[in-house]
Design a binder for this molecule. Structure first.
Ligand code: NAD
Ligand code: IPM
Ligand code: MN
Length: 351
């Protein structure tokens, strides 16, 4: 049976970086059916909502979902009654039950000089941010009056335990076997439950993994002063969002960071969602200059986690590395290569 992939180009640079990625997908997966749908702002324009029931249903039927990015000034509003592209993304994550967001940060020596950080700070960094993706302040009750507003941050033991399990299992596969749980337990009640739950799971099942707790403000500082101290970082939804953009700068650009969002692994398994960490970059949309590498590396994660094609994933990652070693630099990395030239460089490296 053919492998079914739903693709969601979204908005801004989304279609520009997704098109070459679909070509790559077809090179790596022989019998693949690609089903493209409008999503985000484009879907608001077409259907009045960022995620239609039909598109959610199509994603549920797929083997994996490949998403570029959503959002843009056209749909920016502070009016809570108007639809926003980002609601589509949140609806998709929630609708597919994708609670575990993996954001690997693997700075390449070839790009050390593209980072605003010094080479000796970056050298040897290889970390994974495990971000809880379907709970916390993103999904709590929201209230709004003329003069006040609130967003509730809530977590249950079950939600914390399953994401902590993902992190401990990931750490068992690294050389250092270390988890840094990032919270704000000196202030927030949710963080105290988080810490207590992580400790209990660690003691019961993962005592072979080293566990440390880092307060989020300190973690933000350590990420750029001593990034080598991290192996696997596990944290709640909002902290993970912020820390992963910060960590992207270790790789030289937000245009380098891929992500995998995963849910239930059986009974039945949920399809994963694979997307770059960056947004729709409205400031450079339509110019053909976006860096497609985070999107290509998200395809590599789809091959690895979504389709269990590990050697294909490695081949694509190696081709990206090789193209960069050979001098490929898009504008965000201080060079002049266009999206098309970056694509050609990766294809040439694939041989
Ligand atoms: P952004 O990530 O889109 O852009 C931030 C900066 O990084 C911009 O200067 C942009 O040009 C640059 N950049 C991002 N990706 C790049 C790439 N691949 N190549 C070269 N440069 C790149 O963040 P923003 O400007 O804060 O948000 C723009 C819109 O995207 C907003 O509507 C936001 O909600 C949305 N957004 C969507 C996602 C997503 O779809 N997953 C993620 C983040 C932001
Ligand atoms: C991300 C994005 C999203 C988030 C937005 C667009 C809803 O910033 O994927 O990191 O905050 O999760
Ligand atoms: Mn983000």
């Amino acid at each position: 049976m053919a492998t079914r992939i739903v693709t969601l180009p979204g908005d801004g640079i989304g279609p520009e970086i997704l098109a070459p990625t679909v070509d790559l997908l077809q090179r790596f997966v022989a019998d693949v059916e690609v089903e493209e749908h409008v999503f985000g702002g484009a879907s608001i324009d077409a259907h009045g909502t960022a995620l239609t029931d039909d598109v959610l249903a199509a994603c549920k039927r797929a083997d994996a979902v490949l998403l570029a990015a959503v959002g843009g000034p056209k749909w920016d509003t502070t009016d809570a009654t108007k639809p926003r592209p980002e609601q589509g993304l949140l609806g998709l994550r929630k609708g597919l039950g994708l609670y575990a967001n993996l954001r690997p940060v693997r700075p390449l020596p070839a790009l050390y000089d593209a980072s605003p950080l010094r080479r000796e700070i970056i050298d040897g960094t290889d970390l994974l941010v495990v971000r809880e993706l379907t709970g916390g302040i993103y999904f709590g009750e929201k209230t709004r009056t003329e003069t006040t507003a609130s967003d509730l941050c809530a977590y249950s033991v079950e939600e914390i335990e399953r994401i902590a399990r993902t992190a401990f299992e990931a750490a068992r596969k690294t050389a250092r076997h270390k988890v840094s749980s990032v919270d704000k337990a000196n202030v927030l009640e949710t963080s105290r439950l988080w810490r207590q739950t992580v400790v209990a799971l660690h003691e019961a099942e993962f005592s072979d993994v080293t566990l440390e707790h880092v307060l989020v403000d300190n973690a933000a500082m350590q990420l750029i002063s001593n990034p080598r101290s991290f192996d696997v970082i596990v944290t709640e939804n909002l902290f993970g969002d912020i820390l992963s953009d910060e960590a992207a700068m270790l790789t030289g650009s937000i245009g380098m960071l891929p992500s995998a969002s995963l849910g239930r692994r059986s009974d039945p398994p949920t399809p994963g969602l694979f997307e770059p960490v960056h947004g729709s970059a409205p400031d450079i949309a339509g110019q053909g200059v976006a860096n497609p590498l985070a999107m290509f590396l998200s395809l590599a994660l789809l091959l690895r986690h979504g389709l269990a094609l590990e050697s294909e994933a490695l081949a694509l990652e190696s081709a990206v590395d090789k193209a960069l070693d050979q001098g490929l630099r898009t504008r965000d990395l201080g060079g002049t290569a266009s999206t098309a030239e970056a694509t050609a460089a990766v294809l040439a490296a694939l041989g």
